[in-house]
Design a protein around this ligand. Structure first.
Ligand code: HEM
Length: 231
């Protein structure tokens, strides 16, 4: 309830602050946080019905991949809110170069108006290129991390979660590429945001249902019937 109100306030700010990129990106992150809270609540209602056991290694890996996913979502929001999608209209090259002219300091100056530098002058193409390319490159790390976690999930008998994660990663690649090479069609943009939300949901469900030896012991200690305390 509190988060819905915060998200509503950010929605108002996106308008009153004239699509200020940092605020619009925070609004996107806020929506993902709200979705996560609802997902966590839904999994809790299942009361452990679909819990599964996993190694500590897998849990740590999935957790790290999940953290990187949030960073990738923030970077994607930064691409979108700065309208940096059209800085590169080809793939895998950008502006016909493997390493195009980029200005990272200008691109990642967070507190500034849309299309402007911190001092109010117009933002230049190398800044938008840096924003675009960083999102592409960081995707490789996320693909590697979550892809490996999906493989371990599959090997530990959780083929459903594994297929969802692998499928959604592929979906992100296809829709991300479509944004670039098809000139940013609305359907590709919306599908790409939806895919990111799907990854958040699947990771939360898998992380919450996962039981390593320690979490199983901890849960048992928390929920064991009171008469067992006497034993
Ligand atoms: C795990 C991988 C990825 C995730 C989680 C992800 C997530 C996101 C998110 C959340 C956005 C913001 C959407 C919005 O504001 O509504 C975004 C934008 C974008 N992403 Fe990705 N992305 C991934 C991979 C890729 C790849 C591989 C490419 C290109 C090859 C790509 C290209 C883009 C582009 C061009 C935009 C801007 C679209 C727009 O302005 O609407 N993304 N991404």
């Amino acid at each position: 309830m509190v988060w819905v109100c915060i998200q509503g306030a950010f929605g108002a700010l996106t308008v009153t602050m004239k699509l200020f990129p940092a605020i619009v990106t925070m609004h996107l992150m806020g929506a993902m946080i709200l979705l996560s809270l609802l997902a966590a609540q839904a999994v809790k209602y299942e009361q452990g019905a679909r819990d599964f056991s996993a190694t500590r290694n897998l849990r740590n890996l999935l957790f790290a991949g999940f953290a990187l996913l949030w960073l990738q979502i923030a970077l994607g929001g930064w691409v979108s809110t700065n309208y940096a999608v059209l800085a590169c209209t080809e793939f895998p090259k950008c502006q016909d170069a493997w390493v195009p002219n980029m200005n990272f300091r200008e691109g990642f100056e967070i507190w500034r108006e849309l299309g402007a530098r911190g001092d109010g002058s117009s933002i230049a193409l190398p800044a938008l290129t840096a924003i675009h390319v960083v999102h592409r490159m960081f995707a490789l790390i996320v693909f590697g991390m979550l892809g490996y976690a999906a493989w371990l999930l599959y090997k530990q008998g959780q083929s459903r979660a594994a297929i969802w994660i692998a499928g959604l990663l592929l979906w992100q690649l296809i829709t991300g590429l479509s944004n670039v090479v098809l000139g940013w069609p609305l359907l590709a943009a919306v599908s790409h945001t939806g895919g990111a939300a799907g990854l958040v949901l699947v990771c939360i469900a898998a992380l919450m249902r996962m039981q390593t030896d320690e979490t199983a012991q901890h849960k048992f200690a928390k929920h064991k019937p009171s008469h067992l305390k006497l034993v």
